[in-house]
Design a protein around this ligand. Structure first.
Ligand SMILES: NC(=O)c1ccc[n+]([C@@H]2O[C@H](COP(=O)([O-])OP(=O)(O)OC[C@H]3O[C@@H](n4cnc5c(N)ncnc54)[C@H](OP(=O)(O)O)[C@@H]3O)[C@@H](O)[C@H]2O)c1
Length: 371
């Protein structure tokens, strides 16, 4: 019997991981324990099920989860859950929980670094633990502009983090390696996760709104020829589960990305969004502008995007524009060598993302990324 502890199951990636396990492994010898913030196990179960409903699971599939699958706990106060004796029976961990926001969340380092390290130290004492998959982020490598980042390259210490979030994600990986040498620790760094190949943005509108915003404004800080390394959340989940449950794996570090071949140019995003909306692409009207020019036209944001706080929109343009301008690709050879399929190109499911966000304003869609 495998006993898998999943953190972050009330979120986008962790929810997709549980979705994958419930669809593919139900009835097999697998027990799930889900760490969730809540007052009681019952309330935690309700939060998890509420999230999983967005992944289209049936009532029957959801009924296999009960309060016994819930570990109530908060990474900002790890002492509250690390004494739970059920942790001693865990054989596998998929650690998805983190504050994944580009905003200035004051708990960022307490959760992503201090609490996560305490959790890893606790799991390092579990004698039957076979694998601890830690979900990092590819952007933590601080890649150079217009580069391909390979899995055997060290993080680019000469560049600066665009946001504290990536700094916290890099710090925790290094601290766990340093303080938990016996932990069967494997880092999986996804590139940029947008939508779900079957459900579009129903599970989460995270990041998709940035593309819609740039297209509505008809201007942004990157060129339309620049590309972005996007993967769907269901692909990310499938890879995480396989890395976790494979009897042996060769490396302790993997990118989960689309690789050079499948990166999506922004002009293709324009084309496929237009197709899904039955409108014309904006390719001939698009302008690449500086952040300062964006700032100069901020009074027009309300007219184009609907009621919004122009300061928040500008901040989003600065943060997400910084990543979009990088035009970086993350090599995924290690997964391909394992026989993993490549992810579906973003353009094959953009229509689903458009259809599941129709009628929602940019300020409504972006809220998920500014927690
Ligand atoms: N989305 C992307 O494009 C992307 C790309 C690369 C890497 N990643 C990584 O993927 C992982 C998951 O991100 P996501 O997109 O799924 O983010 P998300 O939707 O915001 O989910 C984050 C999860 O972490 C949990 N969490 C936050 N603070 C916690 C705390 N103090 N104690 C316990 N749990 C806590 C959240 O629980 P609550 O529901 O209680 O807040 C939620 O379940 C993160 O490690 C992120 O760095 C994401």
């Amino acid at each position: 019997m495998k006993s898998i502890l999943i953190t972050g199951a009330s979120g986008f990636v962790g929810g997709a991981v549980v979705e994958y396990l419930l669809r593919q492994y139900q009835g097999k010898d697998i027990n799930l324990l889900l760490l969730v913030r809540a007052e009681t196990p019952l309330a935690g179960l309700a939060r998890i099920k509420n999230n999983l409903e967005k992944f289209g699971l049936t009532a029957e599939q959801l009924s296999s989860l009960s309060e016994t699958n819930i570990l109530v706990g908060d990474l900002s106060e790890p002492d509250g859950f690390t004494q739970d004796s059920r942790l001693d029976n865990i054989t596998h961990v998929i650690n998805c929980a983190a504050i994944a926001s580009f905003g200035n969340n004051p708990a960022l380092w307490r959760v992503n670094v201090d609490g996560s390290l305490a959790f890893a130290k606790r799991m390092a004492k579990v004698t039957g633990l076979q694998r601890f998959i830690h979900v990092g982020t590819a952007m933590a490598s601080m890649p150079d502009k217009d580069s391909v980042f390979y899995e055997d390259m060290p993080d680019n210490e000469h560049n600066e983090d665009l946001v504290q979030y990536t700094a916290s994600k890099r710090a925790i990986e290094n601290l766990i390696r340093e303080h938990c040498p016996t932990l069967p620790f494997v880092v999986a760094r996804p590139s940029i996760i947008v939508g779900h190949t079957q459900l579009g943005c129903r599970p989460s509108s995270s990041i998709f709104w940035v593309f819609l915003m740039a297209l509505k404004l008809k201007k942004f800080t990157c060129q339309l020829n620049d590309s972005i390394d996007v993967i769907p959340v269901d692909y990310c989940a499938m890879v995480l589960v396989n890395l976790c449950l494979s009897a042996t794996i060769k490396h302790s570090f993997y990118h989960i990305s689309c690789g050079e071949e499948r990166c999506t140019p922004f002009y293709a995003i324009d084309e496929f969004v237009a197709k899904a909306n039955n409108t014309s692409a904006i390719i001939n009207d698009y302008q690449q502008v500086s952040y300062e020019e964006m700032s100069g036209s901020r009074k027009q944001f309300k007219d184009i995007l609907g009621p919004c706080n122009d300061k928040i929109i500008l901040r989003a343009i600065k943060l997400y524009g910084g990543f979009a301008e990088l035009n970086v690709k993350f090599d995924n050879q290690r997964l391909l060598d394992m026989g993993m399929p490549r992810p579906m190109p973003f353009t094959t499911y953009i229509d689903k993302c458009v259809n599941t966000t129709r009628g929602l304003s940019i300020p409504e869609l972006m809220m998920v990324d500014f927690k």
